[in-house]
Design a protein around this ligand. Structure first.
Ligand code: SF4
Ligand code: F3S
Length: 103
């Protein structure tokens, strides 16, 4: 599962699609965590899609991640500022790849 303390345990290594990336990153096999308020561990995500399909405020966007061992698509939390902390995505993800800092 995603480390809920990633913001203390990892370093910011850049930004993609307007979203902060937390390392380590070693493309294409290791992609780190994308997002801060809504954070997706790209190295855990298997592109299930339930988060994107069910988020009531449409926070996520598909991005291509060719060559990643878990899946060749991931969800970018491009509209994380819209998040209403409903926790649906956290609860629904089958591999616990998402952390929302709602508390
Ligand atoms: Fe969307 Fe709710 Fe997840 Fe926020 S917590 S990203 S509003 S599903
Ligand atoms: Fe990935 Fe989980 Fe969403 S596997 S696509 S973060 S439901």
């Amino acid at each position: 599962a995603i480390d809920p303390n990633f913001d203390q345990n990892r370093d910011r290594v850049g930004e993609e699609n307007g979203v902060t990336v937390w390392g380590p990153v070693d493309e294409p096999e290791q992609l780190g965590i994308h997002g801060t308020h809504v954070a997706v561990d790209y190295d855990i995500c298997v592109a299930d899609g339930a988060c994107l399909e069910n988020c009531p405020v449409d926070v996520f966007t598909w991005v291509d991640t060719p060559g990643h061992p878990k899946s060749e698509e991931k969800v970018e939390p491009t509209r994380e500022s819209q998040c209403i902390d409903c926790m649906l995505c956290v609860d629904i993800c089958p591999v616990d790849a998402i952390d929302v800092d709602g508390s």
